[in-house]
Every structure is written in C-alpha cells, then in structure tokens.
Write a protein that binds this ligand. Structure first.
Ligand code: NAD
Length: 393
C-alpha cells in the first residue's frame, strides 16, 4: 500500500513520518520547495519535534519521499490531506487552500482511492465542499475524515497515546479508513458519521477555549478578593472539577475553531468566551500601566504563540506589543527561542536586560528565566504564573 500525505507542515509531516515508520510507503506532497528539499535530505524542519528528527533520519528518501509534484502520488492507494484552513478578517473560514489541494488530488488519484481529510473544519465541510471537489474528477472514490489531534513538540508520541477517530461517508469508506489507521495508530475508533468526527475535534478546541475564559473570570475574581487564584484552582480541582489555567489564547487552533460554530449556530456562550479571551490583552496591559507610567521601558518576554514552539503566527504577543507601543511605551522583546537577530528581523527592539526595564510582562513560561525574573518581581506582570508554586501541575 502506498499513501500520499498532502501538506507536510507541523501536523502533516509527523503523520507522514509515523506512517512511513509503520512500514508503509509514503509520498509527501507540499507546495514548498524548500521544505521538500530539507525533508528529502533527512533534515528535520520542525526542531521542536525531536522524535520526528529520528524518524526522518530513518525514512527520508526511502519509505518517505517528499515532492512538490502531485503527479508523483499517482500510484498511491490513499490520500490524506492536512493543509491549513484559516479564517479571514471577518472570521469566516477561507477554503482556498483546501480547495486547491483537493482539486489537485482529484486530478491525480486512481479510481477507488481512499481520500481522508484531517484538517479541522466546520462540521459538514467534508460531505459538502470536499465531496463536490472530488466529484469533479468523475472518478469513483472512498471518502473519510479523521481529525488531527497532535500538539507540536509531542506529535509522534500522540499517535501512540491518543485515541484516533475516523469516520466514512459510507460503510466501506469507514472500514477502509479504520483498516488504514490501525496500521499506525494504537487506538482507532470508527464513529457513526463524518459530521460526528468533525464535531469531535471542534468540540475539543471549544471546550478548552470556554474553560480558559472561565479560568480568566475566576482569576479576575480572585484578584478582586485578594486571594491566590492558583491556590483556589489547585484545591478546587478534583474528579468533577477541572479548572484550566488562565491566560491568553494564541495559536492557530483554539482561537479559530470556535468561529466554525459561531458562524453557523446559535452559540452565545462560545462566542462570549472567545471575546473574553481576546480581551485579556487589555486586562494585562492595564496591569502593566499600574506598574509603569506611559513612556516607560517595558519588556515582553515570549514572542511565539506558546512556549516551546518557535512560531509567531497568531501569537498574542504581537497585538500586545502593538497596543503597548500605541500607548506610548518603549517596547523591547525577549524570547529564548529566538536569536537577537531574528527578533530584530521581525521589526522589534531586543533586550534581555531585566534590570534596565521599568516593567516586564511574561507572556510565555520559560522555567530557566524564573530566577532571573524573581529579582524584579515587583515590576513583572506574571501572565503565566511563573512565580506561583501552585501554578505548577
Ligand atoms: N499544528 C498543530 O499543532 C495542529 C494540531 C491539530 C490539528 N492541526 C491541523 O492541521 C492543519 C495544518 O496545520 P499545520 O500546523 O500543519 O500547518 P503548517 O502551516 O505548519 O503547514 C501547512 C503545510 O501545508 C502546505 N501547503 C499549503 N497549501 C498546500 C497545497 N495546496 N498542497 C500541498 N501542500 C500545501 C504548506 O506549504 C505547509 O508546509 C491545521 O489547519 C489544523 O486543522 C494542526
């Protein structure tokens, strides 16, 4: 059996590597020439994923071949598509990339190929849009959906540990998808419909978003009462209570998926949670204002959307920096994942000199910075509970 994985990003490449490691032959298709060249040389383009590096060394160029040409996947029996679906400024999903990928698959696939979508989508997308794009080929095919549930940094192990959900558009498509995924995932569950599988993934992201909003409100209440939120959380949590950590919600997963439901359904709680989480930036900026008068020097610690992943897309630090600059602060940035040159290259002032700052806001949690920051505790806005022993799980 030969499998094509379309989209070799942070989600698709670990998947391709895990499939190759199971002994199946994989053709990885991506539009980025640079990425494809790196992968074929066995170079890991996602250094945060250490286990991926090991698998690429083992399989790149043999069991796993990357290409920019969809024609190289002509002999494949199954196509797994995992390209991004983002939202535009009006928060509406932009299907352009998905459409492009599926039309390309439709052109090269053999009749009776199995096509699986893994990208998180608004429930209903696979049976409508994706089906329509594939139908344009005039060829018979099997169609399934299986949500990607990885987390960058832990992606390879997640295939062993996380239950993998699959669903087919009909019984045979579901059976074929189940058989395929069983070859490289430990626990695979065939669920009753594609819409069910699509909603499972969106529900997971929405659950986290809403619960973070709840934690943010309880955090504000704790501040007003003069009690330690993290202590409250530690002792409130038990079998029936799972209060999340408060904070900003960045990245291209959790802040996006709620909109897939908000756009199509009457979900006021989900909408309010999304808005409340976005507003946390104002809350933290106000706390900084209480420490530093306008015009002062402030340091934003953490530029990437979360600790451990070197990516600025959808990072909440970016709008925070813009907001602080607009308020008249002199803003510096430090993130241990980025070099001074990289931070300057992104258009920010660099500093790691905590002592020269009037205020510091810690957006990401880097334990190695804790002792250094501790010396200036009084001028730190601690978004991540860096100084709080109760915050460590
Ligand atoms: N990264 C995560 O932690 C994560 C977690 C769960 C689910 N996902 C899902 O995976 C999807 C993809 O996310 P990602 O993090 O891999 O994105 P990414 O930006 O890291 O990678 C996307 C890749 O797709 C490629 N691509 C774009 N258009 C293409 C096309 N027409 N044909 C072939 N390749 C194309 C890009 O060149 C890029 O390499 C997300 O939309 C989400 O639904 C991601």
């Amino acid at each position: 059996m030969k499998i094509a994985v379309v989209g070799l990003g942070k989600a698709g490449l670990p998947l391709a590597a895990v499939i190759a490691d199971s002994g199946l032959e994989v053709i990885g298709v991506d539009i980025s020439k640079e990425r494809v060249a790196k992968i074929n040389k066995g170079i890991n383009p996602i250094p945060e994923e250490q286990e991926l590096g090991v698998l690429l060394k083992k399989h790149a160029g043999s069991n796993l071949k990357a290409t920019t040409d969809y024609n190289d996947a002509k002999q494949c029996d199954a196509f797994i598509v995992i390209v991004p679906l983002l939202i535009d400024d009006a928060k509406k999903p932009d299907f352009a990339i998905l459409k492009q990928a599926f039309l390309a698959v439709a052109e090269v696939m053999k009749p009776k190929s199995l096509v699986v979508l893994e990208t998180t989508v608004p429930p209903g997308t696979t049976e409508t849009k994706v089906k329509q794009w594939l139908d344009s080929s005039g060829k018979p095919y099997y169609l399934a959906y299986s949500p990607e549930r990885i987390m960058t940094g832990y992606s390879i192990s997640r295939y062993r540990e996380f239950p993998k959900v699959v669903a087919g558009i009909d019984a045979e498509s579901g059976r074929l998808a189940l058989e395929l995924y069983k070859r490289f995932c430990n626990a695979v569950h065939l669920v009753s419909s594609i819409r069910t599988a699509e909603l499972i993934k969106v529900a997971e992201g929405v659950y986290r978003d809403v619960n973070i909003a709840l934690a943010n409100e309880l955090y504000k209440v704790s501040n007003e009462l003069g009690v330690d939120f993290y202590e409250v959380r530690k002792y409130a949590n038990h079998r029936y209570c799972h209060i999340h950590k408060p904070g900003n919600v960045g990245g291209h997963c959790i802040p996006i998926y709620p909109w897939f439901l908000i756009n199509q359904h009457n979900v006021p709680l989900i909408k309010l949670a999304r808005e409340l989480n976005d507003e946390m930036l104002n809350f933290y900026a106000k706390r900084l204002q209480q420490i530093v008068p306008k015009g002062g020097k402030v340091l934003v610690v953490g530029l990437s959307f979360r600790e451990g992943v070197k990516e600025v897309a959808y990072s909440r630090s970016i709008p925070l920096i813009a907001m602080l600059k607009q308020q008249g602060y002199e803003v510096y940035v430090y993130d241990p994942l980025f070099t001074e040159e990289e931070i300057r290259g992104l258009g920010f002032k660099y500093s790691k000199d905590f002592s020269s700052m009037d205020g510091i806001i810690v957006m990401n949690y880097y334990p190695e910075l804790r002792d250094g920051l501790m010396l200036y505790k009084d001028k730190v806005v601690d978004v991540k509970g860096v100084f709080n022993d109760f915050a460590v799980d």
